[in-house]
Design a protein around this ligand. Structure first.
Ligand SMILES: Nc1nc2c(c(=O)[nH]1)N[C@H]1C(S)=C(S)[C@@H](COP(=O)(O)O)O[C@H]1N2
Ligand SMILES: [Mo]
Length: 151
């Protein structure tokens, strides 16, 4: 399947599932959110050591744009949700909401819009997961975020 494109031809990121306002955000809309930077060091089983500097909005803020159904709800109610992530090539990963929730794991996972100072406008965002030892959750060409209750 080819990339999902905004009208002007650049990639966009779809956010759906348990949200009140499903949407597709273009790179420019992602860039309008508060920007953060992080250094990521991981080891790929095939390619060895990697070190990248990523910058972009927090995954938490990106999902917030689509208004999660549990927004403003009880802390414990949020713990049964997960985020299912899909890249353009079909590579997928799942994060638990508790990992990124500021009251729980608070991991500053980024939807990176630049890598090592180079904008990712053509391929689209990369997920940056600080602290991961392996690079496999560093999804490139991230296309879809789906919020799901566990059952
Ligand atoms: N979309 C997508 N992203 C992906 C992968 C993939 O197969 N598809 N492989 C991951 C793996 S295993 C690694 S180690 C890193 C490698 O990133 P780098 O070589 O660009 O540093 O990308 C990750 N992101
Ligand atoms: Mo890897």
């Amino acid at each position: 399947m080819g990339p999902t494109s905004a009208p002007h031809g650049t990639p966009c990121l779809r956010i759906g599932g348990a949200v009140r306002a499903p949407r597709a955000l273009a790179m420019a809309e992602l860039r309008a959110l508060p920007q953060h930077a992080c250094d990521v060091v991981f080891s790929c089983r095939r390619a060895g050591a990697r070190h990248h500097r990523f910058a972009g909005p927090l995954l938490l803020d990106v999902v917030g744009e689509a208004d999660p159904v549990f927004a403003g709800g009880d802390r414990k109610a949020r713990l049964r949700f997960l985020l299912s992530l899909r890249a353009d090539d079909g590579h997928r990963a799942v994060l638990s909401w508790g990992e990124i929730d500021p009251e729980f794991g608070a991991v500053p996972v980024l939807v990176a819009l630049s890598r090592d100072g180079r904008p990712l406008d053509v391929e689209g965002p990369t997920l940056a997961v600080p602290g991961d030892r392996c690079g496999a959750r560093s999804l490139t060409a991230l296309r879809e975020l789906t919020l799901r209750p566990d059952a």
